[in-house]
Design a protein. Structure first.
Length: 332
């Protein structure tokens, strides 16, 4: 049975916290695998997820993604343990290195040694969530000994939002799951193989790493309306810096043009700058039948769970329809 998660719309989509909780409840009722809360310069992701634990019963809840710069590894471990207790074992910890603009301009920190920091953070978080005495001496962090008083009843799965080759290898070595974003569908199977080969080289079972790509998604009886929504999301994500990642995959000047136009305030021109190839390679959009076929290609290429990203200009009704469609497909 295919499994789907949902990136929860939030204030960046002009959605209130109350509406965010309502979407989480609807996703729970629809039988989705998970909901994921982003965090940049708006609401606190972990606090929001704590609220979601109290209004849902079965759905997994994930940080999507928590930065290893904005919180210390011990605080991340404490937060994960808290969410695990509040949710009766449904917590997922999505981690990432964030980006220089957010780390340096918003948090006032130095974006130094990101992969080493991530590796050590994962090791410290695992020790923290296990409870008991924690002591760690690394190249970035020197911690303890101290006692973690809150213990979890089960390990909190750690998902790495890796982009580059070295970070994907780190995922295979240390993480329980991989949260890729904006990997072209035609290259996806090779990227999955890279993660699984890294896991095997580290002495792990390759299939133990859960592959959960984030995919911009829109469902509509009118395919053009659905396509317009994913084009808008791509334009906005290019403006947030993902153009640099997408540039590496040979999309010409379209990612940079969308980036520049969107940041200049020319939203419609930015949407128009997104190329047809970017839409076909990076998104899933169309009627329910269309998206079912497009999802199938991701699962055949190695995805275990698909995390659908609704457009930031989608209406509440459109998001509810997306949730219901994902639920219907997963329960077929």
């Amino acid at each position: 049975m295919p499994e789907f998660g949902l990136v929860l719309p939030d204030e960046f989509s002009h959605v209130s916290l109350e509406r965010t909780l309502a979407f989480a409840r609807r996703a729970d009722e629809a039988g989705l695998h998970s909901v994921w809360k982003q965090e940049a310069s708006g609401s606190n992701g972990i606090a929001t997820l704590a609220a979601i634990t109290q209004c849902t019963t079965d759905i997994r809840i994930g940080t999507g993604v928590a930065s290893v710069y904005s919180r210390t590894p011990t605080l991340l471990g404490m937060s994960a343990a808290t969410l695990q207790r509040l949710s009766d074992g449904r917590a997922l910890l999505g981690l990432g290195v964030s980006s220089p603009p957010l780390v340096e301009r918003w948090h006032g920190l130095s974006f130094d040694r990101p992969l080493r920091r991530l590796r050590e953070a994962i090791e410290i978080i695992r020790r923290t969530t296990a409870g008991g005495t924690v002591e760690y001496s690394g190249e970035v962090f020197d911690i303890g000994p101290y006692t973690m008083a809150l213990e979890t009843s089960a390990d909190v799965p750690i998902f790495n939002a890796a982009i580059g080759d070295a970070n994907r290898r780190l995922t295979g070595e240390y993480a329980d799951g991989w949260l890729p974003a904006f990997v072209p569908q035609s290259l996806f199977s090779a990227a999955v193989a890279d993660v699984r080969e890294s896991a095997q080289a580290a002495g792990r079972e390759p299939d133990d790493v859960v592959v959960a790509p984030w995919v911009p998604t829109a469902v509509d009886a009118d395919p053009e309306s659905a396509e317009r929504r994913v084009r808008y999301l791509l334009a906005q994500e290019m403006a947030m810096g993902y153009n640099e990642q997408v540039n590496a995959h040979g999309f010409g000047d379209a990612p940079d043009r969308a980036h520049d136009l969107f940041r200049e305030g020319n939203r419609e021109e930015a949407v128009a700058a997104v190329s047809d190839r970017m839409v076909s390679e990076l998104t899933v959009a169309g009627t329910e039948s269309d998206v079912r076929d497009q999802f199938r290609r991701y699962f055949e290429a190695g995805a275990d769970v698909i995390i659908a990203m609704p457009s930031m200009d989608a209406s509440a009704t459109e998001i509810e329809h997306l949730i219901d469609t994902l639920g219907a497909i997963s329960n077929e």
